[in-house]
Design a protein around this ligand. Sequence first.
Ligand SMILES: Nc1nc2c(ncn2[C@@H]2O[C@H](COP(=O)(O)OP(=O)(O)OP(=O)(O)O)[C@@H](O)[C@H]2O)c(=O)[nH]1
Ligand SMILES: [Mg+2]
Length: 327
Amino acid sequence: MQKKEAIDNLINRLFSGDRLAAARIMTLIENQSRHGASILSKLHPKTGRSYRLGITGPPGAGKSSLVEKLALEARKSNFSVGIIAVDPSSPFSGGAFLGDRIRMQNVTQDSGVFMRSMATRGSLGGLARTTQEVADVLDAFGKDLIFIETVGVGQSELDVVNAVDTTVVVLVPESGGGIQAMKAGLMEIANIFAVNKSDRPGSMELASEVEEVLNLNPENKNWRVPVTRCSCLEGWGYEEIFKEILAHREQVISSGIFKEKRLLQAEEKIKELVKASFEEEIWGNLENRKTLKKMAGQISEGKLDPFTAAGKFISKIKFSAEKKGSE
Ligand SMILES: Nc1nc2c(ncn2[C@@H]2O[C@H](COP(=O)(O)OP(=O)(O)OP(=O)(O)O)[C@@H](O)[C@H]2O)c(=O)[nH]1
Ligand SMILES: [Mg+2]
């Protein structure tokens, strides 16, 4: 299984549409297997086509319910669909809950839909560390639309925006006024608002409040952020949300934002990989770890400060790299 031929075989099976192979590859990526990098680089030529949607909002707002409905809409228009549900599970339990699979069982039985639950495993923000890579696997697997459901908690919104092309923010009548949504940073990231649970009182008021706040901040001149209402319970409103998603997608692609985002993501990815590899090289070296400990001791004794220490450390590394280079 871990052999190179076995991995190549898995990749070929994924390319031919084998769901089990796709799931195995995602597990390898999620568990940060040592084969992860080579798998991803082999998948890369087949990626770049899928359109990514972020569905975010407070816990329990109905994100999973809405994703299921939107996925059904997408299937009606013949888009193939990938779904990633990121669970804020504790670092102790590790695994994602079965709940979403049950909640979305109408779509998960459709071979045009591939759903994956991921645990955030304690990483900061609403995205699991390898979410983007799992989305790349779905991309290589040929999915046209990839829904990424995340929990809206503080700073994580920014992660979501960087990872997706369209962000749908789900609110509920009880989530309080538009001002509160603005405070939570949701106003800046939403391309579409969905007031779910509009079978309950207060949805009209919330929608118009959000609209008022949006009118105060006409951020994006090319796109009017629609505020929609829906009820996943009663089964209405999401056709309109899906139409707005397609309209926003048109705009994102035709304006060049789609391409621009891919460029930025590629830059970020290279930076991240370079950083990780530098760190591994530096801290994997026993001599460097000893120096680190020594310096920390000097800092705690008040003989050194962290800034001078870092400067000295970097000079030392540069010096030894130059020495190596001239040998
Ligand atoms: N009344 C009402 N309840 C709804 C509606 N949509 C979803 N629910 C219920 O709200 C609860 C939460 O729904 P989910 O879809 O799991 O919400 P979520 O935002 O994915 O939740 P987390 O992922 O746990 O943050 C469930 O009990 C749903 O049945 C709706 O339109 N109206
Ligand atoms: Mg959910």
